[in-house]
Design a protein around this ligand. Structure first.
Ligand code: APR
Length: 311
């Protein structure tokens, strides 16, 4: 039987994720939004493009959670995006209400689903989804590290004028200004960038990576990035549904790994059919560990602001 993937939110990120998942033929896609007609229209347009490429996935648009029942994976994108001058954290309370509502409904009809959260502020919204769904931590995962490391890879490729395919980048920490790009573990054709670039250029790449989302927001003026976030979600769906045991940087709920407990933070994880199969622990220098702790503390600060009734 074909897999069923629901994408909640048919805005920029949701439609991009849905279209990529469908084009990669990862399963049949249900696109749900509160706006009437819009998800139906986008889904129909996407389906009508399928004979051209071609790809063979059903895409359905809906406003009714009954249509999402029995989903294998749910990609959560509903919520407000940033405007220029806003940090992701400024979205906390509005998006908390939306995530609580959507995940509460979805968990009833799809109790075995794996949740991939994209709504910002990402790490805190993962925790909302985990608490509201009651799902184990293996099945509530945040999409951030793939995006942040893809940004860093793009900047490395631009700087050295090499193919993006030769690049690899490592970014840990929360999906915010405190994220921790690791130059030592970032490579071009296997060679660490610390051997290829002077420190000031590496620092510039790290800074641009940290502010990568804000750079797009400032240019767009009316919303935030969606091509890279949408495709990154599709990569996670692929790793899970095809049981790839693939190591990808994701936001995971830590229980002592890296000396951090009871919070989401970006770390390398192994993704397969059961969701997070393993948190991969790599050796960190004292400075890197301190930066990761600071990043985790920034996430915890947001979680402490949650209303008491969230549990
Ligand atoms: N249920 C379903 N859909 C909802 C709900 C809800 N309760 N509330 C809002 N939405 C929908 C909106 O109708 C809109 O179509 O969420 C969609 C959001 O789309 P955009 O405004 O285009 O935002 P987008 O760029 O997709 O970003 C969504 O992802 O990367 C993050 O920071 C970003 O939090 C933001 C989220």
């Amino acid at each position: 039987m074909r897999k069923k993937i629901t994408v909640i939110g048919a805005g920029h990120v949701g439609e991009t994720a849905a279209y990529n998942i469908a084009r990669l033929e990862l399963g049949d896609v249900v696109l749900i939004d509160i706006v009437e007609g819009m998800p139906q229209g986008k889904a129909l347009d996407m389906f009508e493009s399928s004979p051209i490429f071609p790809f063979d996935s059903k895409i359905t648009g809906t406003n009714d959670y009954a249509d999402t029942a029995g989903s294998d994976i749910v990609v959560m994108t509903a919520g407000l995006p940033r405007k220029p001058g806003m940090s992701r954290d400024d979205l906390l309370f509005k998006n908390l209400t939306i995530v609580k509502d959507c995940i509460g409904r979805i968990a009833k009809g799809s109790p075995e689903a794996t949740l991939i959260v994209i709504t910002n502020p990402l790490d805190a919204m993962c925790e909302v989804a985990r608490r509201v769904s009651g799902f184990p931590r293996e099945r509530v995962i945040g999409m951030a590290g793939i995006l942040d490391s893809a940004r860093m890879r793009s900047f490395i490729a631009m700087e050295l004028n090499v193919s993006v395919e030769n690049t690899h980048a490592f970014v840990l920490g929360g999906h915010g200004d405190s994220m921790v790009p690791l130059a030592r573990y970032s490579t071009v054709a296997g060679i660490p960038i610390t051997h290829l670039l002077p420190q000031d250029r590496i620092d510039a790449i790290i800074e641009r990576t940290r502010k990568g989302g804000g750079e797009i927001v400032a240019l767009l003026k009316t919303g935030s990035a969606y091509y890279a976030p949408g495709l990154a979600a599709a990569q996670m769906v692929d790793a899970i549904l095809n049981d790839k045991h693939k190591i990808l940087p994701c936001a995971a709920f830590l229980k002592g790994e890296y000396g951090i407990s009871d919070t989401y933070v970006g770390v390398p994880v192994q993704l397969g059919r059961k969701g997070v199969e393993k948190v991969i622990e790599i050796e960190l220098t004292e400075d890197e560990r301190a930066a990761l702790n600071r990043s985790a503390d920034a996430v915890k600060e947001l979680i402490e602001k949650f209303p008491k009734d969230l549990g």
